[in-house]
Ligand binder design. Sequence first.
Ligand code: 5GP
Ligand code: ZN
Length: 138
Amino acid sequence: MQSCVFCKIIRQEAPAHRVYEDDRVIAFLDIFPVSEGHTLVVTKKHYVDLFEADSESLQAVAAIAQKVAHALREVVRPQGLMVFQLNGAAAGQTVFHYHMHLMPRAEGEPLRLHARQPGDPQRLAELAAKLRACLRSE
Ligand code: 5GP
Ligand code: ZN
């Protein structure tokens, strides 16, 4: 998909703070993080949503989501971790390329799915480097 922002990241035509990549899946930090460590796990093939995605890609996303979750637990040490995935504008989906959110959560924090402020680029870069190192050492 020429104009899709996640496809551009996958083709390396757009920057992203990548934490993991293989043949089927890429994971990178959300550029508008709701919390420290907010990560997206994305199919490399362009599927709009859960209804389109093939089961192999979905299984790969689930497996990598677990690996990244372990790395987030080690690096960010959140009190909780929320996993969610939105399908359709009515559900709040804003990027129409299948992806799963991993969102570290703290006790009593208001529940938000999206943020408006971009993350600090240096902080995101440092965090992505730590997560990559953690995932490599597994
Ligand atoms: P959705 O609402 O579709 O479930 O989530 C899309 C997510 O992608 C949002 O949390 C949004 O902040 C994030 N996002 C949008 N554009 C970009 C981008 O160019 N780079 C990154 N890393 N994240 C993005
Ligand atoms: Zn795409």
